[in-house]
Design a binder for this molecule. Sequence first.
Ligand code: FAD
Length: 467
Amino acid sequence: MNSQHLQQLKQIIQPNEIITDPDITKAYCTDQRGRYHGEVFAVVQPNTVISIQNIMRYCHQHRIPVTPQGGNTGLCGGATPHISVNNQGIILSLAKLNRLRALSYEDNTITVEAGMVLADLQATAKRAGRYFPLSLASEGSCQIGGNIACNAGGLNVVRYGTTRNLVLGLEYVLANGEMVSHLTPLHKNTSGYEMYQQIIGSEGTLAIITAATLKLFAPPLTTLTAWVGVENIQSAIQLLGALKNHFAECISSFELISAQALSLSATYSHLQTPTESDWHILLELTDSIPEQNLIDPLISILEQGNWINTVIAQSETDRSHLWTLRENISEAQRHLGASIKHDIAVPIEKIAEFIEDCQQQLHQAFPQSQTMLFGHLGDGSLHYNVFISNILNSEVYQHEESINKIVYESVLKYQGTIAAEHGIGQLKNQWLPRIRTQTEMNWMRAQKQQLDPHGILNVGKVLPFQS
Ligand SMILES: Cc1cc2nc3c(=O)[nH]c(=O)nc-3n(C[C@H](O)[C@H](O)[C@H](O)COP(=O)(O)OP(=O)(O)OC[C@H]3O[C@@H](n4cnc5c(N)ncnc54)[C@H](O)[C@@H]3O)c2cc1C
């Protein structure tokens, strides 16, 4: 049957748009953490939107499961095929659909295809004298289509919002091959329900995103980066409040790093730790006005609050040193071993209480547990990764359910979310009904049924899987 589909697909797309060599397709079938391994009979890599429409029409007609894939940097197993459809379907990789379509200085917008790598998009905006603010440690590989599909957050949410806030319009192909184009640079449009908003954050379960019109901004011409050692989370939150009072939208990043996470990253990066403390803040202030005086008011705020355990970057090298320590945490953890990762958000005012409570419960249940905590405190989201010091290999996943139960129940107790910015994928879909009401779940199922009636798009992702 698969060979028949393969022959048919070869009739409707170009030879360079299909990969069947198992040595090559294997890499597409494994997620970047190496946790999920799917199987497909082909990876298709269309060059054009028309080609995507043809593929989707065929797959819809023959009920062939399609897994959309961007840069495959997602952390929830969303971009690799679910085990239930092993060898029955295809991966649709957007990598070749990566062109710049338009740039408007008047509207301050850029329109690009979904497969453009985020770093290339940032560079294109920079060459045009503009700034695209979405920034993640995976920006060298992830694609803007994947960012939109996950509603990615990253390092600048405190100032610019999540990806959703940056999207003005989308072009996408539905499961049946129909293309919906809403690539408008309009900053205002109140004409009825906004369908493209449902596609943002739908993780490839409702449509294939093919292009987007995005907001651009003035480039930051003054940047001030500082590292502050703080005694506890409460002190970090007070610092955030003090900065908000004075600097408002000039705060572009406010990152929290625990002593354990810093020590791990410093060793991995062969860099010195800037401060000695239980907790650390990496903050960045930016302004589009050149040579704006940010430093004097920052020093004054830090002195007033006795946040004197501080290093202020004096050069681009200093700045890069500080950011490397933050950005290498994920990679340093990977070298340490396997852990149970959580991408959570809790209201900022409850974070300190949540951390203490959850930590206590984890230690009770798993005395050998160690939490590696870091994240985007400025917007309330945290990476809460639990290591068990005597099980640093994949055997730790045997305890995943119990650890998740402790962490996620605590998150819910403090009115947080179990998926701040990485999405649900196949990692957390069984938890979705716990964080959404029955009405919301019914609405999501109705959307899925209407846009993908044969259920071919990203099977087993987001909505709880029923075999
Ligand atoms: C080191 C590291 C750091 C990270 N830091 C952050 C961070 O700070 N903030 C954050 O939010 N995330 C972060 N991530 C997670 C990840 O990079 C993001 O989720 C990213 O947005 C995924 O983009 P991608 O192109 O790799 O998508 P993929 O991993 O390929 O796909 C992700 C999901 O989107 C779907 N999808 C992809 N492209 C399309 C498309 N064109 N149309 C429809 N569906 C599509 C896939 O089916 C899948 O469900 C990090 C990951 C790594 C490895």
